[in-house]
Design a protein around this ligand. Structure first.
Ligand code: FES
Length: 119
């Protein structure tokens, strides 16, 4: 499926994801999130570095965040307040009806470090 991601500099990228794959893996494969800093994919062992922001129209198509996901996002937010558009990329599983979704990737691009790596 085709997705779009906006990187930390505001540049739009086309991202190809697979049904059943996490948004994090799709963003890592596109070089937009460094897989080395997110390889655990266990939210209790991480610090929300895979946080993405999703527009309302797409948020409504995602399953609701778990208590743990909301807790990690809130714990790592600047004001300890949950941004209603924030999700953890490792917790968003791509489904067919997310074709065309746009996500803002907050992490710095890692293309120079991981261009040939796949997860
Ligand atoms: S991979 Fe660490 S919080 Fe998602």
């Amino acid at each position: 499926m085709n997705l779009s991601a906006i990187d930390a500099e505001g540049k739009k990228h086309q991202v190809v994801g697979l049904t059943g794959q996490t948004l994090l893996k799709a963003l890592c494969n596109a070089g937009l999130i460094d897989p080395e800093s997110h390889r655990l994919e266990q939210i209790d062992a991480c610090s929300a570095e895979c946080e993405v922001h999703v527009a309302q129209e797409w948020l409504e198509r995602l399953s609701s965040p778990s208590y743990d996901e909301s807790y990690v996002l809130k714990r790592n937010s600047r004001n300890r307040e949950l941004n209603k558009h924030a999700r953890l990329g490792c917790q968003v599983v791509l489904e067919q009806d997310l074709e065309g979704m746009v996500a803002g990737a907050l992490a710095k691009s890692c293309k120079s470090k991981t261009s040939s790596r796949t997860l």
